[in-house]
Design a protein. Structure first.
Length: 293
């Protein structure tokens, strides 16, 4: 079994961490520091600024002066997330790619170490993610969520919903080279599409740990945006229906969610149907805990 010392001896950088950011200079310190506090040190940290009008560049440059592993890139004009992430991937040199969003934080200092060691010891796996904690300050609650764990569970749940939290994943750069990068023709669900493609060439896994923390507030997704995401998810479910099981179950579940997001008033009329969705369909390989702050 390969350990931390074995991995650190490899040619640097061994991991490329990619963050896309836009106009969130006030949130960046929390996300950046959570990366720099990792016990695993053999990485480059590529921050791609999507032409932010605020002082994002100033914030990143200050951190860059303190840590030479930080690489700052800036798009010439505001672009789609898919383009921004692909710009980061083109600059990446590591054997592995890790993702983090500008409004999230890695709460486990050994998150990266655990994931790299898992992939080093399991060469037939393409990607490994983790669970997450969402903080709802306005409601005074937190929701801890674990995604499907094993490759078998992930495949069974793939068409029911995205089986990975994007800012939690680490995947092989060789997988990107085989299946292609983020699809720039998509407007939404670019990560979901990528996992679908990766699952066709190798195994997948989620560590049963709450390694990511998100503060849900002014940036939470509204009904209209959620409906748009679900519309693209439905298209992907149909596209990959022959690659993964449970197509009809997955399509029915996501179609109900799409209707709920598009016309939330229907939840009052057809309450039992939406309750069925939550109690039966949503529990397929997914575990959630709700508690007070």
């Amino acid at each position: 079994m390969k350990n931390q010392a074995n991995i650190d001896e490899q040619k640097s950088p061994y991991v490329s961490i990619i963050m896309s950011t836009y106009n969130r200079a006030n949130l960046l310190p929390r996300a950046i520091e959570s990366v720099l506090n990792q016990t695993y040190k053999n990485f480059e940290f590529i921050i791609v600024d999507d032409a932010s009008p605020d002082n994002t560049e100033e914030v990143v440059r200050q951190y860059q002066k303190k840590d030479g592993r930080i690489i700052y890139l800036k798009n010439q004009s505001n672009s789609k997330i898919q383009i921004t992430l692909n710009n980061g991937l083109r600059a990446a040199k590591g054997k592995y790619i890790a993702r983090i969003d500008d409004d999230d934080a890695w709460m486990d200092a050994e998150k990266l170490k655990k994931q790299i060691e898992f992939l080093e010891n399991n060469p037939d796996y393409m990607i490994v993610g983790t669970g997450s904690t969402a903080i709802f300050k306005a409601k005074g609650i937190k929701i801890q969520s674990l995604k499907p764990r094993t490759d078998e569970e992930i495949r069974a749940a793939m068409l029911l919903g995205c089986p990975f939290l994007h800012p939690s994943v680490v995947y092989r750069r060789s997988a990107i080279q085989k299946v292609g990068m983020y699809d720039e023709s998509l407007k939404q669900a670019e990560d979901y599409d990528l996992w679908m493609r990766m699952g066709k060439i190798g195994k997948m896994y989620n560590l049963p740990e709450y390694s990511i923390e998100s503060i849900v507030g002014e940036f939470n997704v509204g009904h209209r945006k959620r409906a748009e995401i679900l519309k693209f998810s439905l298209a992907l479910i149909k596209k990959y229906r022959h690659n993964y099981p449970n197509f009809y179950r997955g399509y029915f579940k996501n179609y109900l969610e799409y209707i709920d997001a598009s016309l939330p008033i229907l939840r009052k009329i057809f309450g039992p149907i939406f309750l069925f969705r939550r109690q039966v369909l949503d529990k397929f390989g997914k575990k959630m805990k709700i508690s007070k702050l």
